[in-house]
Design a protein around this ligand. Sequence first.
Ligand code: GDP
Ligand code: MG
Length: 214
Amino acid sequence: CKTSEIKEILYKVLVVGNFGVGKTSVIRRYTSGIFSPHYKLTIGVDFALKTLIWDEHTKINMQLWDIAGHERFGHMTRVYYKYAIAAIIVFDLTRLVCVMCGIHRCCLWGLSILIILILFFPLFYFRQPTFDAVQKWLDDVRQKVVLENDEPVPVLLLANKCDLDNTTAQVDQSKLDQYCEDHNLIGWFPTSAKDNTNIEEAMSFLIEKIMQIS
Ligand code: GDP
Ligand code: MG
C-alpha cells in the first residue's frame, strides 16, 4: 500500500507597523491563543511559528516575524525582509478615529476648533501617525521585498483594537477599501487581539492568497 505524501511548506511573513499598535499581541493571539494586557516592549527580532494542517496533502508552517522594537526607525533592513512571501501591516484603529474626529470637528466649528487644535497640537501630533505610518511601512515593504518572479508580495492590512469604543462602526470602511484597491493591498480586516476578532479569518485569507501565488 502507498502512503500519502504530505507536503510541508514554510512561509515567512513579516508583521510591521508602528510601536504599540498591537503587532506582538496579534501574533501571540494567532500562534498561542493568548492575550496579555500588560505592555511589554519586545526587544530584538522575534519569531513565532504556527503550524497548520491546510489539507490532507499540505502542512503549512507560518513563520511570523515581529519587528520588535525597531518600529521607531519606521523601516527595516533588507536582511529582515529577505525571503518573505507576504507582509502584514498593523495599525491602531482608535488612533485613526481620533484623527478623523479631529478633522470633522475642525470643519464644523471652524476657528474655535483651530485654536484648540493649535493648543492641543502635541496631542494630535502624537496620536496621528499610525495611519500615515501604514503608507510608510508599505513603501518600505515595496522597496525591499519582491517575489521570485519580481511581483510585489501580498500585503494585508489589519485595523487592530476594534474592540475599543465601537471603533469599527465609526471608521469609514469604504475609504479603507479604496486605499487597499489604490495601493494594491489584498485587503483589510478590523481585528482585536484582545477579543480574538478576525485574527484567524485574516490569517486564513492571507494564506489563501499566498497559496495562489506560490
Ligand atoms: P506592538 O508594539 O505593536 O507589538 O504592540 P503590543 O502587542 O505590545 O500591544 C500594545 C498595547 O496594546 C498592549 O498594552 C496591548 O495589550 C494592547 N493591545 C494590543 N492589541 C489590542 C487589542 O486588540 N485590543 C485592545 N484593547 N488592546 C490591545
Ligand atoms: Mg511588539
